[in-house]
Design a protein around this ligand. Structure first.
Ligand SMILES: [Zn+2]
Length: 593
């Protein structure tokens, strides 16, 4: 499935001409020099600054942070596109160590912002010149009760390099290095992990099962490393929770996301109350496939007679049209990703799996990594990642501290972009069979971003809790995974035995604690926003753009309020699931039972 050419790989030269460019080394030197100057100018002086002085310090801090980030972002992209390349590996490690050193040097700044007495802070931050920094400053100060002394923070940051960060890196390198050999069409072939996972969309049930089993069994072979990485990362988090006095493992994520435990808890409970909807769909899908019961390898199976493949050019045209119909300006923004070669398109050995969009800093345009294999879901992934890209481009009007949206809002444009694509495809399609296929794909996608993410989050909660009691054996990790998945699938889906190892390839567990509920949050929020767009028409566009333009300058509660949504309202989340129920109803109407 490879149409790979040099043009299908991204062009990183707008950042640096090569890994050994003299500009890169010069940036590192300049950053080191500026960090030392910043420290000597401001260390011990933050609480004495007036509003104008604090503003100047914040602006210098942002410019310096951009300078530090650029080499690291470049190295990260280089490494993601070829983790087997020694130059990329060394540069990635070197810049990570450098960023670690710089963050220790600059730690004092946020610590001193936290230490400003409440009354002084209230007076200084009330000054109009700090308006665009007020949210950021308040957010920094919220971590005060969980922050240690500067020396302790420095030591923790230093030891992370050879601790949790080293295990994360090992996990990434191991995952990217795995290749699989499997028989397909009477021929034994080598596959990347991405290629095997994409075979879950193969029309032949035995191929789907063989592909997923091959993928999972290879992970089982690496049980020692994977089990050790999971245990270490979870142990590290547990120690951090204790040291910093958080109430539970999810608390730092919620604080970072500016969400209360109540809002997140309600989101998860409502998701569980609606697991029955997923089971209803699975039972229905089994009928469509003429199977007595689904296996979990059948969930994404194509319907009989549909094996539609999309060339990459055709896929891009569909995504562009869908975005254009919403807003011509949006189409222009996403088209530039291809014109500038800021997209790495096809799978290959050594390249990171999955797909991501990397927001850089306001001065540099974002990059997108895909592993395009041509099925309908890959087309949706283009819409998803370019939605992220659009969000980062719009947020460039913010300064660095307000540029990255907080996690629960980070999936807003991506999920909305996918919705635009689905609606476009459904509206332009006259063939009933294709419409059924599209609806199934959308429903499966919503199930994957809501219920499945909820299962992942429940599993993550349990492994963190149990790790506090002692080592988690691989068998125990497998058992917990099996149980939480079983709560969703119930009697409607039979899980294949190797799926016990399904936890081991979910990189979010390693990269970002409790990231997964952000997907559930975003999907349900976007279903509501999309519903509003259908009701209100074009007058809704500026509302959504205002949310996206804001980047990370607002909390999720404030951003949702712009669209008149109250996240504290317990009934809010149910609306998203009601929308899913409607889609399932629409599907039944088309199928005729
Ligand atoms: Zn995303």
């Amino acid at each position: 499935m490879s149409e790979a050419t040099p043009e299908s790989r991204w062009d990183l030269t707008p950042l640096y001409s090569s890994p050994d460019a003299t500009e890169l080394a010069a940036d590192l030197d300049e950053a080191r020099r500026q960090a030392a100057a910043f420290r000597s100018d401001y260390s011990g002086k933050i609480s004495g600054l007036d509003a104008g002085g604090l503003l100047a310090a914040l602006r210098r801090y942002e410019a310096l942070s951009e300078l530090i980030a650029k080499p690291q972002l470049y190295a990260h992209l280089l490494f993601a596109s070829d983790s087997g390349d020694d130059t990329a590996k060394c540069l990635s490690q070197q810049t990570a160590e450098f960023a670690n050193l710089m963050s220790r040097e600059l730690l004092f700044f946020n610590l001193e912002i936290m230490a400003v007495p409440d009354e002084t802070f209230a007076a200084v931050s009330a000054d109009p010149c700090l308006e665009s920094y007020r949210h950021h400053l308040a957010h920094v100060r919220r971590f005060k009760p969980h922050t240690l002394t500067e020396r302790e923070e420095q030591l923790l940051t230093l030891k992370n390099l050879s601790g949790v960060e080293a295990f994360t890196r090992l996990y990434d390198e191991l995952s990217a290095s795995l290749t699989y050999s499997m028989e397909l069409d009477n021929e034994v072939r080598e596959f990347t992990g991405e290629e095997l996972l994409s075979l879950l969309h193969h029309p032949d049930a035995t191929v789907r099962e063989r592909a997923f089993a091959t993928f999972l069994k290879k992970h089982e072979e690496h049980e020692i490393v994977l089990g050790s990485v999971f245990n270490t990362v979870i142990l590290d988090h547990g120690q951090e929770i204790e040291l910093r006095g958080y109430a539970d493992p999810m608390a730092p994520t919620n604080l970072g996301n500016e969400l209360t435990e109540g809002v997140v808890g309600r989101l998860m409970e409502v998701s569980e109350e609606n697991y029955g909807l997923a089971r209803e769909y699975f039972t229905h899908k089994a009928k469509l496939l003429n199977l007595p019961k689904l296996k979990n390898t059948d969930i994404y199976a194509p319907l009989p007679g549909s094996d539609r493949k999309f060339g990459f050019g055709e896929a891009c045209e569909l995504v562009r049209t869908a975005f254009r119909q919403f807003s011509p300006a949006w189409e222009e923004i996403i088209t530039a990703f291809f014109a500038d070669r800021r997209v790495d398109i096809y799978p290959r050995t050594g390249k990171s799996g999955g797909a991501f969009c990397m927001g850089m800093t306001p001065s540099f345009l974002p990059y997108v990594l895909l592993n395009y294999t041509g099925n309908l879901r890959d087309v949706a992934t283009i819409a998803h990642e370019l939605g992220h890209g659009l969000h980062f481009v719009l947020a460039r009007r913010q300064s660095l501290v307000n540029y990255h949206p907080c996690l629960p809002l980070a999936e807003t444009a991506s999920v909305f972009g996918e919705m635009l694509l689905t609606r476009h495809l459904l509206d332009t399609e006259s063939d009933k069979a294709v419409k059924i296929e599209l609806l199934c794909a959308k429903i499966e996608d919503i199930i994957a971003t809501t219920f499945r993410q909820n299962v992942l989050t429940r599993f993550e909660e349990r492994i963190h809790r149990e790790r506090q009691e002692g080592l988690l054996t691989s068998t125990r990790l497998c058992d917990l995974w099996w149980e939480e998945n079983g709560r969703l699938y119930g009697d409607a889906v039979e899980m294949i035995e190797p799926y016990r190892w399904g936890w081991s390839y979910i990189s979010h567990f390693i990269h970002a604690r409790f990231y997964c509920y952000s997907y559930t949050f975003a999907e349900l929020l976007v279903l509501s926003l999309y519903g509003q767009y259908r009701e209100e028409g074009p007058s809704f566009i500026p509302v959504l753009e205002e949310i996206l333009n804001g980047g990370g300058s607002r909390s999720p509660v404030e951003a949702a309020k712009l669209a008149g949504i109250d996240l504290e309202d317990p009934g809010f989340w149910q609306k998203g699931y009601d929308f899913l129920g409607e889609l399932i109803g629409e599907l039944k109407g088309l199928v005729g039972n």
